[in-house]
Design a protein around this ligand. Structure first.
Ligand code: GCO
Length: 389
């Protein structure tokens, strides 16, 4: 038995790590594959990534070494449905094998159906702006719901709001459609897509849990100024609550990813003292706010991502400790948090930043693709083993 823990977590708490298909699998052919050349700053396009589509057993074994009892990964829609309405059985068999391998290792698989990448045919037909998009997505979901019979935990869409903002609002991710109208259309179609998917999965699969992973952020007014307070409340609504509100009754759990804290509006911004390698502020206090606020939904809460880019592994252990203290505190204060997934299991393709940011508990050598545990992974493995620290 470990010595008495300072922070012990509820029984059956899920301790996991998270990844996504395009970021780790390698050899994917989707809207990002087409877009990357010429758009990725250091030209480290996704390419072979971590070759995880072939090495998934090795990677699930890494999760096992971390004493994870859960693992979140995603299915690459473009692989499974390379042409409209044509589903590749061989690809299905690989994803089924990933699920089975997790179950065999006593790891609960949590599977995301759409994590930022779409098939080329879908993108060419207008992507998420196309009014037919939710139905096209539902077709893919129907196929999965009929086939993945032993999957309990489904996450339909990763960060719909953030994706719509980056791809359409700001226009910095494919399809780079900048404007209010494309943004609004895409966002509303994602809302419809989740609602349909929720129903579809429940029709065939009675005991499943279905939700999304929302990019939930902390917002604070920069000053007590009226405008700052209004702007902060307004931003919080649009980023954290809008999607959940529009898809009310279509969530069996509240899935959220936490990375960002924002000081909003006019006023003197507090000096940021802790940042990750990408310059993003690290703010565990903000995590607490987000978690306590999610109590209002009266649903179990799963933290489906939280992590940092830290190539030297100087801050990762402290980051995990400080964030888990907030999770613990939120649980003590009534937030029904049931699981924590660290982003990420291994270094991977960080979207428009290429392979430079290192989010992994395991380091991946870009030449040999060999995985090596970072020091902080030993700490996380202990936390998972002891259900606390
Ligand atoms: C996101 C995604 C992940 C990222 C991670 C680190 O939040 O953008 O879910 O794909 O890699 O968040 O930025």
């Amino acid at each position: 038995m470990p010595k008495k823990l300072d922070y012990s977590f509820p029984k059956n708490f899920l301790w996991g790590t998270a990844t996504s298909s395009h970021q780790i699998e390698g050899g994917t052919l989707n809207d990002w594959t087409i877009w990357e050349p010429g758009n990725i700053a250091d030209n480290s396009i996704s390419g072979i990534a971590c070759d995880s589509f072939r090495r998934f057993k090795e990677d699930i074994a890494l999760a096992k070494k971390l004493n994870n009892n859960a693992y979140r990964f995603s299915i690459e829609w473009s692989r499974l449905e390379p042409r409209p309405n044509y589903f590749d059985n061989k690809v299905l068999a690989v994803y089924q094998a990933m699920i089975d391998e997790c179950l065999r290792q006593k790891i609960e698989p949590i599977v995301t159906l759409y994590h930022f990448t779409v098939p080329i045919w879908f993108a060419e037909a207008g992507g998420w702006e196309n009014p037919a998009a939710p139905q096209a997505f539902n077709n893919y979901v129907t196929y999965l719901a009929h086939n993945l019979k032993n999957l309990k935990f489904w996450c339909t869409i990763n960060e719909p709001g953030l994706y719509a903002f980056n791809a359409y609002g700001q226009g910095v991710w494919p399809p780079q459609r900048f404007g209010l109208s494309p943004w609004w259309k895409a966002l509303n179609n994602l809302i419809k897509a989740h609602r349909l998917a929720y129903q579809t999965i429940h029709l065939t699969n009675k005991r499943c849990l279905v939700g999304i992973a929302n990019n939930s952020q902390a917002f604070e007014p920069a000053s007590p100024n009226f405008i700052a307070r209004q702007l902060s409340t307004w931003s919080k609504f649009w980023v954290n609550d809008h999607f959940f509100k529009k898809t009310a009754n279509c969530h069996d759990y509240i899935g959220l990813n936490y990375y960002f804290h924002n000081s909003i509006g006019p006023g003197k911004k507090p000096k940021i003292t802790w940042r990750n390698d990408m310059g993003w502020e690290i703010n565990p206090q903000g995590f607490y706010q987000v978690l306590i606020d999610a109590k209002k939904y009266n649903l179990p809460i799963y933290i489906l991502e939280n992590g940092l880019a830290d190539a030297q592994d100087i801050n990762r252990q402290k980051f995990i400790e400080e964030h888990l203290i907030m999770v613990h505190r939120a649980i003590q204060n009534g937030a029904p948090i049931k699981g924590y997934f660290h982003w990420s299991l291994l270094d991977n393709f960080e979207w428009k930043w290429g392979f430079t940011p290192k989010f992994g508990l395991y380091e991946v050598d870009r030449q040999s693709l060999q995985r090596r545990p970072r020091q902080s992974s030993r700490f996380y493995a202990k936390v998972c083993k002891n259900n606390g620290f």
